[in-house]
Ligand binder design. Structure first.
Ligand code: GDP
Length: 502
């Protein structure tokens, strides 16, 4: 019956129109839904943030994208390549993967900021050492981030045999680093580069280890660190890095704007919140309050609030307030019409709602000395951190919203704040909020809050192996390289043992 009906001309026409409109719909979906954040986010940024992309970086990124697409041409290539490498079963059909050595980024148990920074570091290392960069699909990041390459995916398939990665040897299993050699049977090696890595894992920072890792087909990278500043000290990477990022203080800005774009559904949430609460203001301020106190991690406390407020006012990030002085009526007497106030929208992000409530109540109940209006907003207040998908999503949305501000105030030592300042290419007002504030009363004001020396995140634990840990003594750096390091790499202001590109 169906066939008879279809044979009639009208039915064919209808079917063709239906299929045609479905195709148009699918094409529109693809056009509209692909990489929305890629193309749109610059329109939401203040003009001070419109930094042109570094041309050498863009070229390298496009070349990498083509390389990634070439390796991903064959369906199921990752599984086939793994089988070929693990079983040393290098049949001719697997030779096609020989130039497709891989680096898989596996999310550790850290917060969003730490994970994003280490993802970016791992990607840059892959690009520089000609490896295909892939994300472990079991983590949250693949669901939160936009796919950055136009013709291929950076996510490992869900049915990938992850056991081979999870159970692979680490540098600890090799004793002296030189044991990972061209002839070694290890074709999958796990690099554990967290802040508390062991001495053996830290042999990654020996040049001879990195040389020997070239012969390993699969590297698995777990870390919670932003190693990009440290890469600039590697003799073999310094020149290429310098060429990619002529303005080193924008290194993370370029990397994050290429790699850390939110998925379409997240981007919709970012723009909805931005348009509802922030877009109408003359001036947008982002405040990120993160407590890393010793005794009571993350809780609200009055001394911390007082410090944040006094820093914001003294550094002119917020207008001053005058208790009991009706400033706005004084201004209005000059002109019978309603005066034009400067309109501040302030986004407060914190685990603790009380930081927001106190600021909001203060600016609602008290006039500002210059008559400007201050509206405060908060998106979430999670209380405690536990790294669920939901919490990661909120954190990422807030990092993005903070990054769209005109100015940003962040908390010392917080990678959450680093992501926002980097995306927004802003030097933050850093407020020292570690430890017990009440015990730090004698601290100099210049150590309590200060404008950051750079847009760049800090590499908290750059890890320098001692001479006895590396077989090759690290004297391979040229004098020009050393002079460059002295000029462009400084101790972090919020953690002097850390390393920062400036
Ligand atoms: P860091 O610990 O300050 O370096 O920042 P991370 O982002 O690495 O880890 C902190 C985690 O706590 C985040 O991933 C969030 O899950 C949570 N968190 C901390 N502060 C905030 C905040 O202001 N907003 C939200 N939504 N989550 C936060």
């Amino acid at each position: 019956l169906l066939l008879r009906n279809f044979s009639s001309h009208r039915m064919w026409m209808k079917a063709a129109m239906l299929i045609g409109s479905m195709l148009v719909f699918l094409a529109l979906q693809l056009i509209l839904h692909l990489d929305v954040s890629w193309t749109q986010h610059m329109a939401y940024r203040p003009s001070t943030q419109s930094i042109p992309i570094s041309a050498p970086w863009e070229k390298a990124f496009r070349n990498y994208e083509n390389f990634h697409a070439r390796c991903s041409e064959h369906r199921n290539w990752t599984r086939q390549f793994l089988e070929a490498t693990v079983e040393s079963n290098r049949s001719n059909s697997h030779r096609r993967f020989d130039n497709c050595r891989v680096l898989v980024y596996v999310e550790g148990g850290a917060g969003m900021g730490n994970r994003l920074l280490s993802l970016v570091s791992a990607f840059l290392y892959s690009l520089l050492t000609k490896r295909v960069f892939l994300l472990d699909s079991r983590g949250n990041l693949p669901k939160l981030l936009c796919e950055p390459f136009s013709n291929s995916s950076w996510v490992l398939p869900f049915d990938f045999p992850f056991k081979a990665l999870d159970e692979a040897a680490t540098l600890r299993d090799f004793g002296k680093a030189t044991a990972v050699s061209k002839n070694s049977s290890a074709q999958v090696v796990r690099l554990q580069l967290d802040h508390d890595q062991s001495v053996e894992d830290g042999r990654f920072f020996c040049i001879e280890t990195r040389e020997s890792l070239q012969f390993v087909s699969w590297l698995v990278w777990t870390s919670n660190q932003y190693y990009v500043p440290r890469f600039f000290t590697f003799p073999e990477l310094w020149q290429p890095l310098k060429a990619l990022f002529p303005n080193v203080t924008l290194t993370f800005t370029h990397l994050s704007r290429s790699l850390l774009l939110p998925s379409n559904s997240l981007w919709e949430k970012v723009t909805r919140i931005y348009s509802s609460y922030l877009s109408q203001a003359d001036w947008r301020l982002g405040i990120q309050i993160r407590r890393h106190s010793v005794s009571d991690k993350g809780r609200y406390d009055e001394p911390a609030f007082d410090r944040v407020l006094s820093c914001l006012i003294s550094q002119k990030f917020l207008p001053n307030i005058e208790f009991g002085n009706n400033i706005s009526s004084r201004q209005e007497t000059r002109n019978s019409r309603i005066p034009r106030h400067v309109n501040h929208a302030v986004l407060v992000t914190s685990l603790q709602v009380k930081f927001f409530e106190k600021l909001r109540d203060l600016y609602s109940n008290t006039a500002t000395v210059d008559g400007s209006l201050v509206r405060l907003h908060m998106v979430s207040h999670e209380g405690v951190e536990w790294h669920s998908f939901d919490q990661d999503e909120k954190a990422f949305i807030e990092m993005w919203l903070l990054s769209l501000s005109d100015r940003i105030a962040t908390s010392s030592f917080s990678t959450f704040g680093y992501i926002a300042q980097g995306l927004g290419a802003m030097r933050p007002l850093l407020v020292e909020l570690r430890g017990e504030i009440s015990e730090q009363m004698s601290m100099e004001m210049s150590h309590v809050c200060y404008i950051g020396q750079s847009i760049e995140p800090c590499n908290h634990f750059p890890f320098y192996p001692t001479r006895s840990q590396c077989a090759v003594i690290q004297t391979a750096r040229s004098n020009t390289h050393l002079a460059w390091i002295r000029r462009n790499l400084l101790p972090c202001q919020d953690l002097p043992q850390g390393l920062q590109l400036v």
